[in-house]
Design a protein around this ligand. Sequence first.
Ligand code: FES
Length: 279
Amino acid sequence: MHKVTFKFENSEDIIVFAAFGESLLEVARKTNVAIDAPCSGNASCGKCRVKLVGGELESKKTRHITDEDYADGWRLACVSAINADVEVLVPDIASAYRSRMKVADLSSPEELKIFSDAKEQILEAGIELKNTLEILNISMDQPNLDDTMPDNERFTRAIKALTGIERIRVPYSVLKKLPDVLRESGFRVKIIVRKIETDIFVYDVFPETEEVIVGGIAIDIGTTTVSAILINMLDGSILAKGSSGNGQIRYGADVINRIIESAKPGGKDRLQKAVIDET
Ligand code: FES
């Protein structure tokens, strides 16, 4: 194993051990060192430049590095293999994707106007913005020695009595918290349901006094940017919006290079981790 030291202009070194012959770009990716690699290691974009500042690195010379730069220590990480202990400087420009990862607030007046205009046009076109989610208040008799009905039965009976709907579905996540919530609230609760004519699904239960927001989230996963919007499902108002660079960018700037990456061993997991965990 060889010691690989990644140096940065504005942060502390990252040290890792790598096997002989491993690609420097792969080592960087495994270690979460951000090196821009729009062509995903195909040696065609010339963006994965790092500077050799100590030790040795087996690097092919490519058209992207001039003789002068090569003599100065510049190498492409994707065509460099570990053959000894090495120290490389990762320039800030190579970490450009980090700046693209910043979460942006999209709540400028212009942004909000685009949203409200679109909403108006939808309504003008006769499309109704609605859904089947509701908040219902339910109150039940408290159990006593003469009334020992189990909590779940008491709960579903109360929902039936209020709505007239026979089929009530209560998932385990709600059943699990039900006894505590019922006792904490004196058997007066607020439930979030999806209600259709023949069926009610209970998403959650809270004490009657608790402030509850029913949020819906829409996420647009773009090649470059991931945007998300959180809305109040009961009145359609925007609760929060944000966007961030897609962390998958270091595995290729476009869809073709991401497809190439996904076909490599472990590629799908790396792409998934980049978009779910990092972004
Ligand atoms: S040239 Fe190395 S990632 Fe593109």
